[in-house]
Ligand binder design. Structure first.
Ligand code: ZN
Length: 248
């Protein structure tokens, strides 16, 4: 039997602690809702981690045994230690998958991997979002039709300050008129990255079957294919071929 994909669902976890309505929507936290769905798959080994856990939820023993890291953060991006961001970046470049959700667009790790500011427009009046599936043959959209809708969400609008995605998977249309590149893939080093837009904390978005399906698909797509450190630049003084170098 194939080895399980080791998934760590990381969540800042502050909104659920500080806001009663959000705690009612997500009694086990946003991380708990996502993990509960992923745990239904026998091929996944799922852990959760939050910012207020020891070592900000990602001690080496956890990070170095994570195949795919899911990231939800919002108000405490700045509290994530730079040394941890450095370690996560290296792990991604070596092969780990990263799935960044919603307001994670401003997380240190996403900005580090993108190299741009990752800014966007937003409005939170609970309007309808329609996500168009632009890549019906892509593993991330398996089981998703032409489009799906979320009845109430925060709006994110263009321009989203990201580097050109390797592939655009979803584009969202909002009832207010804006559009947004809401599902995007990139590769960095040996690692695969997926950004997925839905998931404002005050809506039940992570109980939506389509949203959970896309996240589960993305985990499988982003799993490591090879582990290869990228930080060394070795000198190789001996050529592979026996070169007869002429003496002048
Ligand atoms: Zn939001």
């Amino acid at each position: 039997m194939a080895e399980k994909i080791r998934v760590t669902v990381w969540n800042e976890g502050r909104h659920e602690k500080e806001n009663k309505k959000i705690a009612e929507l997500y009694p086990q936290g946003i991380h708990g809702a996502i993990a509960a769905d992923l745990e239904k798959s026998a091929e996944l080994e799922v852990r959760t981690a939050t910012l207020d856990d020891p070592d900000q939820g990602l001690p080496d023993a956890v990070l170095q045994t994570t195949d795919v890291l899911i990231w939800w953060g919002h108000r405490a991006h700045r509290e994530v230690q730079d040394a941890l961001v450095e370690k996560i970046q290296l792990r991604i470049l070596s092969g780990m998958g990263l799935i960044v959700l919603h307001s994670g667009h401003y997380s240190k790790i996403f900005k580090r991997m993108m190299g741009t500011y990752c800014s966007l427009k937003w409005r939170d009046i609970g309007e309808k979002e329609r996500l168009w599936n632009l890549a019906p043959g892509h593993p991330v959209t398996a089981g998703i039709g032409d489009y799906f809708e979320i009845p109430k969400e925060e709006m994110y609008g263009e321009r989203f300050d990201i580097p050109e995605p390797d592939q655009l998977i979803f584009v969202s249309w909002f009832a207010g008129g804006e559009v947004f590149r809401s599902g995007c893939t990139w590769e960095r080093g040996q690692g695969r990255i997926f950004y997925f837009r839905p998931g404002h904390e005050s809506y039940p978005t992570y109980h939506d079957s389509n949203v959970l399906k896309v996240i589960g698909n993305a985990v499988r797509w982003a799993k490591p294919r090879v582990w290869m450190g990228t930080q060394d630049s070795p000198n190789v003084p001996k050529p592979l071929e026996n070169l007869a170098l002429s003496k002048k």
